[in-house]
Each structure stands twice: as C-alpha cells, then as structure tokens.
Design a protein around this ligand. Structure first.
Ligand SMILES: Cc1ncc(COP(=O)(O)O)c(C=O)c1O
Length: 417
C-alpha cells in the first residue's frame, strides 16, 4: 500500500543520549563545521583542507605513512576498499574471526575471490596468536586480516604480535580499527600494521560516512604489483590514493560536508591529545562497569578484563528480564539508547558504549539511574542507587568530580515563590 501524506513536517528528531556501540553522539563542534558553506573540490581552499585531513589522519593513526586519507562511505567501505584492492582472485588470506566483524572480513574476502583461511576463536575472547601462526604455516599468504576492536563482543585484540608474524611470513596485515580510532591507541607504525581502516561514528563522534584509512609502502607496493585490475572503480585504493595526493587525479566528487566534519573530529582529537582522550574513554568506561556490576549485572567477557575495549561495556541480560523491552523503555522514558547484540549473542547481552562525545559523567550516571529503574520494572532488584553510587565512587577515586553548578542555578532564582 502506498501511503500518501499531504504534509511533510519539519525534521525534528527526538532528543537522544546515544550510548550504544555506534553511532555515538556527534560532537557539537563537528556539526557546526558541517553547517559551513561548500567549496568546489579543486578550490585551493578545499585542497588545503584535504591536506590538513591527511595530516590529522596521520596523527590519529600515529603514522608517518604517505597514504592517510578517508575512503568515501562508512567503515565497511574502507574495509572493502582495502581488501578488494589488495586481494587478487586465488590469493590466500588468513582472517581472524571471534565476532561479527571478523565474519564480515571473511565475507568480503570471499567475494574478492580469495582463498580464505578463517581462524576462528571464541566470541568474547581474543584470538590466540598461535592460531594465526598455525594458519600462516599452512602456505604462502598475501594478507592477514583481523579486527582490532571487536564491537560485537567488546574485545580488544593486541595487534603487535600478529604484525610480527605477518612480516615473518611476508604477508601484509590489515586491521579493522573502526571502533578503536580515537578511543584507544592505534599505533600503526610502532606495531607494524600495514593497512588500518577506521570509521567516523564511533570514538571520533562524527556522523558516519567516511572511512579513514592508512597504508604503508609495503601495501602500496602490493597495490602496484597487481596482475588483475581491481574489481571496483569506486573503492580502488590506488585511484583514491592518487586523488588524495598532490596530483589530485579526479575520482569521485568529494563529500565536502563529511570532509569538514571529519577534519573537525580529528582536530578535536588533536586538541584533546592522545593520552587525555584515551584516559577519558577509560575513565567513563570504568565508571559504567563499576555501576553496572553494582546493579547486580554480570559483564560479558569478564574472564579477560585486560582485553576489554575501554569504551564499550557488554552486559549479560539477567534471567527473567526482557532484553528488548528494557531497551525500549530506556528510549521511551529516558531518551537513552543502548545496543543489542548479534548472532549467538543476540538477546543475551546489551552493549553500552561510552564513546567520543557520549563519554561524559552525566551520561554515565543518567544511564545507570535509568537502567536501575527499568530493571526494577522487570522484577530485577538491586540496592537503591547502588549503580550510581558505584560510578560516583569510581570517578571520585579517579579524582573527578561533577561540575559545581549549584551556585549559578541558585542565582537564577529558580523555584522561588
Ligand atoms: C569493528 C567494526 N568493523 C566494521 C564496522 C562497520 O562499519 P560501518 O557500519 O561504519 O560500515 C563496524 C560498525 O559497527 C565495527 O564496529
């Protein structure tokens, strides 16, 4: 049935606190940058902006790579660009999988005609390096592809040992850093990662729509050694790299507004500084985890806290509680969005993100208060206020206090009769 509407009203999305696994809340300064006027893509002012974006992308990836620029499209476009550009039909590709995004890498590599060797691990744990080593011993390998931050399970995979192995076997390492860039360290050069791909809508707090990538000279050499033409025009890294170079070989029309947004998001990262930014993500994740546990809830993947993503808290849905109804009530009553889960974890865990601009003390405390209330409606009991108290204590232990707004509120005379 076609629904005919006589009037299309103004776009007025409801107010939301985005505490899912992405998108996070857009940084207001990013949104302001995105509201500025367009420039033509070969305008010298715009090419200067492109150069700045490349410099800031190098900063974010801690890299001196020549190639550091955004692929048009979301994180998945960046992953696909890297794989379709590097892999030729029949190439052996070892892919680590212990979550949904490892499965995605397998899927993309298969579509590129690769001889895919999946290395499967337990969801909620990291991949053992020995398993990757065993797969590499199986034959000459073109590419090893792994997920740095597995958003589906909340696990942070150490990349350095895998990078070392890949080099020993003359293979390239590609890492999916979609969720980690801007939230925890991504030291591409120091770790020896050949290709890294990120996204904008997670810890960078920019809307989704670009995929920052960087690749080193080894990867660039592999691109130029290809025997068969890349089976994508739009996602051909060699062409994209020529566009994002002093030559500015024409390719797609630059998504100007997204480039502005990414520039601002990366500039905000640069202004905050890497250490301060990673510490902020850890601080709020720690407070969230402390609070959630005091609500009597269990953290998923608690066996290996050292491999946990600092900014994503996976929580086991307790028995007798309706997973979906809780999320619906959180949105309806509090405007707070948390995330569901995929595949074998669907219905079993929630994922609470404290990423980018969403990572604030107020958001953490509001979420815990709201969660306590909604869970009580589901028959789940915890000591009143225990979640918020635990988070406040976590902040206090870290030397962080709430902003003192009492004086200014009092001065406004609110509440006087
Ligand atoms: C680890 C990881 N890889 C890839 C993706 C896909 O990114 P996008 O949704 O931006 O295409 C996501 C998005 O959730 C992700 O978390």
């Amino acid at each position: 049935m076609v629904v005919r509407m006589s009037h299309f009203g103004d776009l007025l999305p409801g107010a939301r606190v985005l505490l899912g696994p992405g998108p996070s809340m857009a940084d207001p300064r990013v949104l302001r940058a995105m509201a500025t006027p367009l420039l033509g893509q070969f305008d010298p002012e715009f090419t200067l902006i492109m150069n700045e974006v490349m410099d800031l992308t190098r900063f974010a990836f801690e890299s001196e790579n020549l190639h550091a620029y955004p692929v048009p499209g979301t994180g998945r476009a960046g992953l696909e660009a890297a794989i379709v550009s590097l892999v030729e039909p029949g190439d052996r590709v070892v892919v680590g999988e212990c979550g949904r995004f490892g499965l995605l890498l397998i899927e993309i590599a298969e579509r590129c005609g690769a001889d895919v060797v999946p290395v499967r691990g337990e969801w909620g744990r990291i991949l053992p390096t020995e398993a990757i080593a065993a797969a590499l011993h199986g034959g000459p390998t073109k590419l090893v592809a792994v997920v740095h931050g597995e958003t589906s399970t909340g696990v942070l995979q150490p990349l350095e040992p895998i990078a070392r192995l890949a080099r020993e076997h003359d293979a390239l390492l590609m890492a999916d850093c979609v969720v980690t860039l801007g939230g925890s360290e991504v030291a591409v050069d120091r770790w020896g990662v050949d290709v890294a791909v990120a996204g904008t809508q997670k810890c960078l707090s920019c809307p989704s729509g670009l995929a920052p990538v960087t690749y080193n000279a080894r990867a660039a050499a592999a691109l130029s050694r290809r025997r068969v033409k890349v089976r994508s025009n739009y996602l051909d890294l060699a062409q994209l790299g020529d566009y994002w170079s002093p030559a500015r070989f024409n390719h797609h029309t630059a998504p100007t507004t997204m480039v502005y947004g990414l520039r601002e998001a990366l500039r905000a990262f640069h202004d905050e500084g890497r250490d301060a930014r990673f510490a902020r993500h850890r601080l709020h994740g720690d407070a969230m985890r402390a609070g959630v546990q005091k609500l009597g809830l269990e953290l998923f993947g608690k066996e290996a806290p050292e491999h946990r993503l600092p900014f994503l808290t996976p929580v086991v849905v307790p028995p007798g509680v309706d997973e979906l109804r809780v999320r619906r009530r959180l949105v309806a009553d509090f405007g707070i969005e948390i995330g569901a889960a995929f595949g074998p974890l669907q219905g079993k865990i929630w994922r609470i993100g404290t990423m980018g601009a969403s990572a604030t003390r107020q958001n953490v405390l509001s979420c815990l208060a709201a969660l306590e209330h909604v869970l009580r409606g589901e028959g789940w009991r915890s000591a009143p206020g225990a979640g918020v108290d635990a988070a406040v204590a976590s902040y206090r232990d870290a030397g962080v206090r709430g902003e003192d707004v009492t004086e200014s509120l009092g001065a406004s005379g609110i509440g006087r009769v």
